[in-house]
Structure formats: structure tokens, C-alpha cells
Design a protein around this ligand. Sequence first.
Ligand code: PLP
Length: 385
Amino acid sequence: MSQLSESRHRQIRPSQPIADGRIRIDDRELINFAGNDYLGLCHDPRLNQAEGATGSGASPLVVGYHPKAQSIEKYLATLKGSATALIMNSGFQTNATVLSALLRDTLHGKLYNHQGISIPKVQLFCDRFNHASLHFGLSAAQVHQKRFRHNDLEHLESLLKKSSDQEGVRIIVTESVFSMEGDRLDVVALRALGQKYSAFLVIDEAHATGVLGCRGMGLCALNPDQGVMKENELVIGTFGKALGSFGAYVACSAVLRDYLINYCSGYIYSTALPPRILESIDQALQIIPSMSKERQHLQQLAQFLRDGLRDLSLETGPSTTQIVPVLIGDEATTMELKQHLHNKGFVVGGIRPPTVATARLRITLTAKHTVEDVTALLKVLGEGF
Ligand SMILES: *Cc1c(COP(=O)(O)O)cnc(C)c1O
């Protein structure tokens, strides 16, 4: 990567999220509009009663596969409507290593039932705004990405059409809720494209898991009466955001799960999640399906925030979720505004190139925030600075 200029040099600083959408920084308590703990489960006593060892002591294939991991995978697959699920150590690790495993030519014969004949070619279609971890995994695999305009399925289809007479397995990689725009994928339309062009789908549900979809389990989750997720799909999500814990999952067919256990280096060569973390994931999965009131509050609050920002003539882009960007454009102004809000008691994200093309504030809500919290933020933004 190129050298970062002085003004873009980033630093980390200690901050301690506390309950109810608050955070402690430098002995001050601020309202936290920058976290991903969308349901406030990080501080939920039901998750924090988790018991068990702090280490698993081994990678899963050796002796690190805890019975709890197995039961979570079974239950998670039921919730997602997938044939199986596999617990991974983090979303980044998943995207960095599952994708390159998927792109190994050994898999193609198996996946597409070409009698074991490997198909060396892959045609890879990626949303231009895919998360850095997806990009990292695909770059590591050294496969050329055909990028379609962000969340533009018509553009995707035109690329699919153009290359429909070329050989190779078609794979589409995208997200169900985008981390910087807060907009949603039309999963039904994408699935239809997948069928039409015999494409394999990889969908990252990091920001949708726990928050949206059937039983809150993401936009790809199927109702029990919709049957089981198709074999041409692999869905990824994290336990580190709305689930208030740590780790990640893959939901996919049994063939793929078996393939990953055997060929995904990030799965094979990393110490499994600790039993105590597994306990908290299990707790979160038990309560999330019944948190529809919290989910409704979260989305209503996001709408209230977007309406308020619009009244201040501030642009929120295509957001329709708990992630609300405020598009600013100028980098310096963005960072000054972020600092101004900080001084007034609000933490928001300040996101600028190279992470995004347009510098912005990134406001994220949790179900623990109140209308008063959002009103207070809007008031400060309305006063200008
Ligand atoms: C946060 C995020 C990840 C990484 O997940 P972790 O479990 O935090 O490593 C992956 N994909 C997307 C889209 C994300 O937003």
C-alpha cells in the first residue's frame, strides 16, 4: 500500500464501551454512535454469565472442536435455513481464507459436478464496495475481479451477460448490508441472477446478522417453510457485531463445509474459539430470534435519524439500516466535525479515503439508544460549528 500522508495517518486510542450505547474515553462518558453492538448484547448479563475455559487449547481438527461448537452449528443452520454451518474465528479470517480456499481449482469439479474434471477458470464478480476483508481474500487468491457498480444488479447482469459465452465457474461476491453505506442487497433478485447465470453466490451478512431478516438472522436467512438454502450459496456472518460476542460463521451445503474443514487453511491452522466465547454465542443465538421489539426500535430510530439529517440538508446516501452515513466530502471538514461532536459528548466514526471514496461521518445505532440520544446529536449537528 502507498505511504499514508501525514493527515491520513491513523492512531488507536483506548476506549471502553459501557452499557446502554455509552462509551468511556479519557475519563469522560460519551454517547457511542460508532460501535457495531447493534442490539446492545455486549453488556447483556445473559451473555456475560458465560462459563468455561478461556482457551480452547487446540485447532478444531486436532482437539479444539468443542461439543458446544457442534451444537451451535446445528442450531445456527436451523436459524439460517442452511444445510450446515461452520464456526470460524473472525469475519476477517473467514473472508481472508475461505474465499481463497473456494477458488482452488480442486473444488470446482466437486462443486459443479463435472466428474472431477477441474475447471481452471473462474469468473469473479464483486461489488465495488465490498469489505476490505473480502477484497483481501480475493487478492490473495490472485483471481481477477470484475467489479460491478455498488449494489447495482443491472450492471452485474450486464457483466454476467457479456461473459456468458466465456468458460469458467461464475462466482458473485457481495454483502447483504454494506458497512459504509448502510444499504441492503436485494437478496431475492441476486438469487434469481444466480439461477439464471448458474453463478455461485458468496454473501457477507456481517451487518445484517442479528438485525434484519427472518428471526433477525440476516437477509439471506430462510423461513422454515422456504426449505433449505441452495447449494450454490455460501453465506458468511460475524458474531462480533450484533451478537455481542466474537467469532464468525459460514452457512453452506454439507459438501462445502466438509471441503472447508479439509482445505481452508484459516480454519485448519488456527486455535479454535474458547468455550467461554462459545457459551456467549450460544446465549446470543437463543435470545436473538425473540428480539423483534429491539430490532423494530433500532430501525425506527434509524429512520428518525435520517429524517432529522435530511431536515438539516445533510446527505445520508442510500442508507436504509442502522448504519447511517453523513456524506461530507471534504476530509478535513469531516475530521473537524467528528472532533466537534466528540467535544460535545458524541462519538461517531470519521471515515475517509482510502477506506471510502467520499469522506463521511458514520453513525451507527444500537437498540439501546433512545430518541433523546438521537435528538441530542441532531441538535448539535443543527447548530453547525
Ligand atoms: C466487520 C466485518 C467483517 C469482519 O468481521 P470480524 O468478525 O469483525 O472480523 C467482515 N465483513 C464485513 C462486511 C464486516 O463489516
